[in-house]
Write a protein that binds this ligand. Structure first.
Ligand code: AHR
Length: 571
């Protein structure tokens, strides 16, 4: 039998003065704004890894698979329904081995290169193909067209490990200079893209503490200054994103900011965002679909570590950046399961050999167990989709818990990019040849779109907590967590019941507001392992219904293992 703790704090106080039957309480303070929830908090990430680009996004113009100029039509259609704000490309670790010039000009003449991930043990065994030998069919123009088709802003990650700064500013020139002004703009126009791409978001390297150059933080600070000292703008206000910490590595943040500003705090004006990467995984069975109830609680508990990562790095940044000019950009996050559920064996779902080597003591405490376990293999469904995994209801809860965390910190986090979009870690879509399916993660992004552009307001969630443990480490997982936002007279309240088996009778109190009517959306399934497959695509879906909410206090019984959204019209 599982032990259950009780969060005595807010719950205890609330319980004393409200309905006895409720096991949990939510209190929304509509007059206590936190910040505007940027649509960019719901961004995506696409890397040349495993099956993300080839075959996930790019199927080719001559393919029998329905496509728009070579781009998978079913993906474009599904993404349009999500209105994706921003998509990051081309990596990830791949970015720091990528020469953008390889991906421009006539497709047939582009060079073929060994993909960054070719030496991953998973990929060594994978069949030869574009996942191993990068054909450069999908380059800058193709990516920007993909973004335009879906309505997303492009976010490009520049190569700081293997190319000099000149290539960075020439890539900006190629993308943003009006045709007729520079030779690179003319090259772009000759390929059919007369209009500049207007790329605003630029990553200055990726994981520069590891695969992106193995720098020390002070070395990277110097490189960041050098790479960004002069950049052509062509009328686009560039938003430069620094390669921030690996999970809890506060030392990386602290030492970077100290060195970065050693010549003066004006340097802070050069940086839009500080990228934080955090993946969660389990060392139990650690598998995407086959997991125990203990694995359920430990993985969910690990995913909620995002909260302290944001507040800890924010505090460290604030030691130097006292006005908080630089915001956090969580441009890689998600659950990283052991391999075994790839839809194709070349969709690399392997591992990052450099990570464990670079790790500091901070990391050992917090995440090393996860890395070790992820590398076990033997259950792959197909050998070419590196890092491919089958998202379940559990992943949907991780998406919801994480997006809610970003909303609660809307004043600190400017962007996030779930890793990765398709056929990979924590993905929203799976595709193989002409088959395509949306995963439970997709449904959460759709539900949560209601928060975009709204004002995040303070909300308290109080419920019995769940103990979680793994390898002698113990955590307490909140029984109920979520976020609230206000847009005009509409309150969006999203909440996750993390209990794997029990519903949660919850009293919802609106402070300073009163409900007139409400609509409810719920993602839940009696089997916590439930997932959507090509042959059974609607196993996990969202149920929508009217909900009887009147006045300032009402109750709702949150189903077990559920993601919920209440859209409340206020009086
Ligand atoms: O998302 C997979 C990999 O994880 C990325 O390439 C890298 O940046 C991160 O470590």
């Amino acid at each position: 039998m599982r032990r259950r703790d009780f969060l005595a704090t807010a719950a205890g106080l609330l319980a004393a003065r409200t309905a006895r039957a409720a096991q949990a309480h939510i209190e929304v303070f509509v007059d206590e704004p936190i910040g505007t929830i940027s649509a960019d908090l719901h961004g995506h990430f696409t890397e040349h890894i495993g099956g993300v680009v080839y075959d996930g996004i790019w199927v080719g113009e001559d393919s029998k698979i329905p496509n728009i100029g070579g781009i998978r039509a079913s993906l474009v259609e599904a993404l349009r329904s999500l209105k994706p704000p921003v998509i990051r490309w081309p990596g990830g670790c791949f970015a720091d081995s990528y020469n953008w010039r390889d991906g421009i000009g006539p497709r047939a003449q582009r060079p073929r290169r060994a993909n960054f991930w070719i030496n991953d043990p998973f990929m060594v065994k994978a069949p030869d193909g574009p996942q191993k030998y990068e054909p450069n069919w999908f380059g800058t123009s193709e990516f920007v067209r993909f973004c335009r088709l879906t309505g997303a802003q492009p976010y490009l990650a520049a190569d700081l490990r293997s190319l000099p700064p000149k290539d960075f500013y020439e890539w900006i020139d190629y993308c943003n200079a009006p045709a007729g002004l520079t030779s690179l703009a003319d090259q772009r126009a000759a390929q059919g893209d007369k209009d500049p791409f207007g790329v605003r978001f630029w990553g200055v390297g990726n994981e520069s503490w590891g695969c992106g150059g193995d720098f020390a933080p002070d070395e990277y600070a110097v490189e960041f200054r050098r790479y960004t000292a002069w950049l052509p703008e062509f009328g686009v206000k560039l938003a430069l994103i620094g390669s921030g910490p690996n999970g809890g590595d506060i030392d990386w943040t602290r030492r970077f900011f100290a060195k970065f500003t050693e010549k003066g705090k004006h340097a802070l004006h050069q940086m839009y965002g500080w990228a934080l990467h955090y993946y969660c995984g389990t060392s139990g069975k650690g598998q995407a679909v086959d997991f125990t109830v203990d694995d359920w609680y430990s993985l969910l508990a690990k995913s909620t570590r995002m909260e302290s990562l944001i507040t800890d790095h924010w505090a460290a940044m604030g030691e130097i950046d006292t006005e908080h000019r630089v915001k956090l950009v969580v441009d890689e996050w998600g659950a990283w399961h052991k391999s075994g559920t790839e839809v194709h064996p070349a969709y690399l779902f392997g591992q990052m050999p450099t990570m464990g080597e670079i790790d500091t003591e901070h990391r050992v405490k917090l995440v090393v167990d996860e890395w070790g376990a992820w590398h076990k293999s033997g259950t792959e469904v197909h050998p070419a989709y590196l890092f491919g995994q089958m998202p379940t209801v559990r992943d949907a809860l991780i998406s919801a818990l994480t997006l809610d965390t970003f909303h609660r910190h809307a004043d600190k986090v400017a962007m996030s990019n779930a890793a990765q979009l398709i056929n990979n870690l924590h993905c929203l879509f799976l595709a193989r040849e002409d088959q395509f399916v949306v995963t439970p993660n997709y449904h959460v992004f759709r539900m949560y779109a209601a928060h975009r552009g709204a004002q995040a307001v303070r909300a308290l969630f109080a419920a019995p907590a769940h103990p979680a443990q793994e390898n002698q480490q113990h955590w307490s997982l909140a029984g109920l967590a979520g976020s609230a936002s206000l847009q005009g007279k509409t309150l969006a309240l999203t909440a996750v019941n993390t209990d794997a088996a029990q519903p949660l009778e919850t009293e919802i109190i609106l402070r300073g507001a009163s409900a007139r009517s409400a609509r409810l959306s719920t993602l839940a399934h009696q089997d916590i392992h439930a997932h959507n497959t090509f042959s059974n695509p609607n196993v996990v879906q969202v149920r929508e219904e009217a909900f009887d909410a009147q006045g300032s206090v009402f109750t709702y019984r949150f189903p077990p293992a559920s993601v919920n959204k209440l859209l409340v019209e206020l009086g």
